[in-house]
Design a protein around this ligand. Structure first.
Ligand code: MN
Length: 224
């Protein structure tokens, strides 16, 4: 599962992250918000660990560049893990390429420290940033996520199809898992499968769900 944050506003209803995350980044509130998301995800992991039907689930948490660059980032993640009792191996942190453009040694040291405890890393929205191939081999990544902007027109735009295919081959050759984001139709899924991508996210499977509905969704999927 990937943790996605929504703001339930008393007057405006549900506010989507595209609207409030940039504001949180600019104001610095992203640090507290990011910590809250991490705490909430780790508490959920700890709860699932006690349930045999759900103990195998892992949660991916999006980390903003500003949060990752903070000097206390590693200590904070370890602190949240320890307090919650969550298994670090069930936590995957999603970084974007913009988190990695600073000193690659510093980035690698932070990632290595967390990976040593079992935390996994994915590179989110891959292909939309600097897409430096040098850091792909240097950093302890486990997964590339093909950005939804390439998946959206994959059947009609040959350039998007070529980019998606390139990312899949790249991931395969580097020994990384690859996940396609924003899969909305069976035709898109089949095309991606033909290119060698076997893991997907998107509305074809389910819209984002609150935890209780997600648990029901999984229980039903197991039965069917
Ligand atoms: Mn993500």
């Amino acid at each position: 599962a990937e943790a996605l944050v929504r703001w339930q506003h008393p007057e405006r209803g549900t506010v989507l992250p595209a609207e409030f995350i940039p504001l949180a980044e600019d104001s610095g509130l992203i640090l507290r918000l990011g910590r809250w998301v991490l705490e909430t995800a780790c508490a959920q992991l700890a709860a699932w660990a006690a349930d045999p039907q759900r103990a195998h689930l892992s949660i991916a948490v999006n980390v903003s560049a500003r949060q990752f660059r903070h000097e206390d980032f590693v200590a904070e993640v370890l602190d949240v893990l320890a307090r919650s009792g969550a298994n670090p191996a069930r936590l995957e942190l999603e970084l974007t390429e913009s988190s990695l453009v600073i000193d690659v040694d510093k980035v690698a040291a932070k990632m290595d420290a967390l990976k040593a405890r079992g935390v996994g890393f994915a590179l989110d929205d891959f292909g939309t940033g600097y897409s430096s191939l040098a850091y792909l081999k240097r950093l302890p990544l486990e997964q590339l996520k093909i950005d939804r902007s390439f998946v959206r027109d994959i059947l009609i735009d040959p350039n998007d199809a070529a980019i998606a295919r390139m990312i899949i081959v790249l991931a395969e050759n580097l020994g990384l898992d690859v996940v396609a984001e924003g899969v909305e139709s069976e035709e898109q899924r089949v095309f991606l499968a033909q290119q060698g991508c076997r893991t997907y996210q998107g509305n074809l499977f389910s819209r984002p769900l609150p935890v209780a509905e997600f648990e029901t969704f999984l229980a039903n999927a197991r039965c069917s």
